[in-house]
Ligand binder design. Structure first.
Ligand SMILES: O=P(O)(O)OC[C@H]1O[C@](O)(COP(=O)(O)O)[C@@H](O)[C@@H]1O
Length: 391
């Protein structure tokens, strides 16, 4: 669906102001200055409230300037940032439910035949938004996206290669559950420049995760969070809706070495191997290396489950062959490692797995170092039975 054909319904008209009785002024709580500033920043303050203080924390663009991010890379990230603001607006718009519904039966057959899920209109729109902003950055040679069977070649002398899942968890949009965009950035392999374009595109996109120069995700939730690593720590920026800027709110995130939360779709318990069942049974009962009973949290939206794990610690997993190595597991593992955590397929570090196919799937485990090592010590944690589940 082209972007121009999306019609967002106008908001319902409010009754005229004069018909509504004014609130009893004397009962209005007085806003503290801090609250006023926060409300003003959120664009929600009463006009008479004190003006927002200028935030001292840097914006994403200022951060990249201060950190000495190469200019071409900063331009590229600035374009991703712009695209994600548009996706955030679409995901939160009154038209989002229509955009999240699968198209007529039979559509998306090509994607399904290629081992991908049938895309929803919002997946396709998000892909279009990301691709066009990467194209206009002028910095990208090739993009490998979940929504395209093959990598898209953009520009022969673009210095970077981008891998992306433009909108993960789009099945959740209709019920306003968080979604996210994931991306990874590599240098273009100049030694491949003389190969035919299809081969060049493919090999550039299948680089090992160890060669990533930057990776990030954008979480579309109650706040829109842009989390990124350039290989020197993991940092998260929160969208300030009054200025349209992403403000540094979580510098140098350190995932706690041990958490108390596990995140998995445990309706699949009976399809799990013995090792994984034992691990989950053990930590639930507080009988593991950490003598606390773990709690379960599962949003079923990869970026949201990963974001919570990054901040609170613990483990987030999908033990069956479902998530994609190139544009989901690799970028999130890079961010986890940069925050002191670990990403694995249950046996090996994700970043050390050489991709062989663009849409390659694998079991994915992400989280706190101590929790991850304990989990892996059970050996048999990859779910081999994968019947495909309807929901
Ligand atoms: O059905 P499962 O195994 O719980 O998988 C859920 C996972 O799949 C995803 O929805 C991604 O799958 P899709 O690409 O089909 O949307 C993740 O957001 C989520 O973590």
């Amino acid at each position: 669906m082209p972007l121009s054909s999306v019609s967002l319904h106008p908001p319902p008209a409010l009754p005229p102001t004069s018909n509504r009785s004014p609130p009893p002024v004397s009962r209005l709580p007085r806003l503290t200055r801090r609250r006023s500033v926060l409300l003003a920043r959120a664009g929600a303050a009463d006009m008479a409230a004190p003006a927002a203080a200028s935030p001292s924390a840097p914006t994403l663009l200022e951060y990249m300037g201060r950190a000495g991010t190469p200019a071409d890379l900063a331009v590229l990230v600035a374009h991703i940032q712009g695209a994600c603001k548009s996706i955030a607006a679409l995901a939160a718009s009154p038209g989002n439910a229509d955009l999240s519904r699968a198209k007529a039966a039979g559509s998306g057959a090509e994607a399904v035949a290629a081992g991908r899920d049938a895309p929803k209109p919002l997946d396709e729109l998000s892909n279009e938004i990301i691709l066009s902003s990467l194209q206009s950055s002028g910095k990208v040679a090739v993009v490998a996206s979940e929504e395209n069977d093959l990598p898209v070649w953009m520009c022969d002398d673009g210095p970077y290669v981008v891998v992306t899942d433009p909108l993960d968890g789009s099945r959740n949009i209709e019920v306003s559950i968080p979604t996210g965009t994931i991306f990874g950035i590599y240098n273009r392999l100049v030694e491949l420049d003389n190969l035919p374009v299809e081969e060049r595109a493919q090999l550039n996109s299948l680089q090992s995760g160890t060669r990533m120069v930057a990776a990030g995700y954008i979480l579309y939730s109650s706040a829109t969070i842009f989390c990124i690593s350039f290989g020197a720590g993991t940092h998260a920026f929160t969208l300030d809706r009054s200025t349209g800027e992403f403000i540094l709110t979580h510098p140098s995130i350190q995932i706690p070495p041990r958490g108390q939360i596990y995140s998995v779709n445990d309706a699949r318990y009976f399809d799990w191997p013995e090792g994984l069942r034992k691990y989950i049974d053990t930590i639930r009962q507080g009988k593991g290396q950490h003598p606390k009973k773990y709690s379960a949290r599962y949003v079923c939206s990869l970026v949201a489950d990963f974001h919570r794990t990054l901040i609170y610690g613990g483990v987030a997993m999908n033990p069956r062959d479902h998530l994609r190595l190139v544009y989901e597991a690799n970028p999130l593992s890079f961010l986890a490692e940069q925050a002191g955590g670990r990403g694995s397929d249950g046996k090996a570090k994700i970043l050390s797995i050489q991709p062989v196919k663009l849409h390659q799937r694998l079991p994915l485990f992400l989280g706190s170092m101590e929790d991850m090592l304990e989990l892996e010590s059970y050996g048999d944690v990859q779910q081999k039975v994968n019947p495909g589940y309807e929901v």
